[in-house]
Design a protein around this ligand. Structure first.
Ligand code: ADP
Ligand code: MG
Length: 314
């Protein structure tokens, strides 16, 4: 697949402070790419430059083949932007808001009303389209905000932390909307400080911290890169004696560490699937019943911790 976005050494200074320090990455057509990083990492500044809202201090990017510095108008036509702040009229309905923004994009007449109906369908608000936005839940407002970004049929959608400050159910709806849009062909640049969202949505992730892209790749590539291991969590009965089993497991090949907490034994391993059979065998040999086994894959939180020595969320 071709790259729809190519970023070279993007820098943004705010006075003497460098908020983005030479960021480079590509996004392929059809991907969901997440920029994952804590508050203040430079996500919004990066998106603001890519969406031509701010001029970069130096560096450039091409979106659908157009330079953000030299061809901002062509770039604007290719992108949709869903900003963190809502830009909606509370006293208007979702439909009226979309019509208003559609007119701003130069749509009118039948083309406009057909497009508004399509977008309402895409964001799942057809049934509520005529209700005033002020009667909506936070999640529904966010979906209208996404709808505004879709009106002119962009090829690439920027979404800047679209789930911050909303309830879990609304978050679920937003994440499903993002996945659905992607399945219908939309390429998405998504920013978040929630590891779980990056993991669930992304084909590839860029981890950003203090204005630098410190790692980039699929979740698998990132976790491999830092040598994180898998963990098997064995839940055994409360009345069972885990110590003997723990000792036996310690001797197995590919087992790196064992921790016992109450009725749970965690087995850190270089390969969960390779040791699974011998773990079950060792338990059976000692007459210990394992109620359930969870495999925890190494996650992006662990990668962030490994790279920075800090937790992703404080
Ligand atoms: N307009 C501005 N003027 C000065 N500093 C800014 C401005 N906007 C953002 N910053 C600073 O730049 C850094 C990156 O901010 P931002 O891009 O908003 O990060 P994120 O979106 O990842 O939370 C932060 O330290 C922030 O305080
Ligand atoms: Mg931000």
């Amino acid at each position: 697949m071709a790259n729809i976005l190519e970023v070279q050494n993007l820098v943004k200074n705010y006075g003497a402070f460098q908020a983005v320090k030479g960021v480079s990455f590509n996004i392929q057509e059809g991907e969901i790419f997440s920029l994952l990083g804590p508050n203040g990492a430079g996500k919004t500044t990066t998106i603001s430059m890519l969406s031509t809202l701010y001029q970069p201090t130096s560096g450039d990017a091409q979106i659908a083949g157009h330079s953000i510095v030299k061809e901002p108008m062509q770039v604007k036509r290719a992108i949709g932007v869903v900003p963190q702040e809502l830009a909606l009229y509370e006293d208007l309905s979702a439909k009226e808001n979309l019509v208003f923004w559609g007119q701003m994009y130069g749509l009118s007449g039948k083309a406009l009303s057909a497009r508004v109906d399509e977008v309402l369908e895409q964001i799942g608000l057809t049934d509520k389209a005529r209700d005033k936005v002020k009667t909506y839940s936070g999640g529904m407002k966010r979906r209208v905000n996404i709808g505004v970004g879709l009106l002119h049929k962009p090829r690439l959608l920027f979404m800047d932390e679209p789930t911050v400050g909303i309830d879990p159910q609304s978050r679920r709806a937003i994440l499903d909307t993002v996945k659905d849009l992607n399945q219908h062909g939309m390429t998405v640049l998504y920013t978040t400080h929630y590891m779980e969202e990056a993991e669930e949505l992304s084909n590839r992730v860029g981890i950003i911290d203090h204005g630098e892209l410190i790692a980039i790749g699929t979740q698998k590539e990132l976790t491999k890169q830092v040598g994180e291991n898998e963990t098997l969590l064995l839940h055994i009965g409360e009345q069972e004696e885990p110590a003997a089993l723990a000792t036996a497991l310690k001797g197995l090949p590919n087992v790196l560490d064992i921790n016992v907490v109450n009725a749970e034994i965690s087995v850190v391993t270089s390969s969960a699937k390779d040791i699974l059979a011998s773990v079950v065998g060792a338990a059976n040999a000692r007459g210990i019943k394992i109620h359930s086994i969870d495999i925890r894959e190494p996650n992006l939180e662990a990668v962030f911790l490994h790279l920075t020595g800090r937790a992703l969320r404080d």
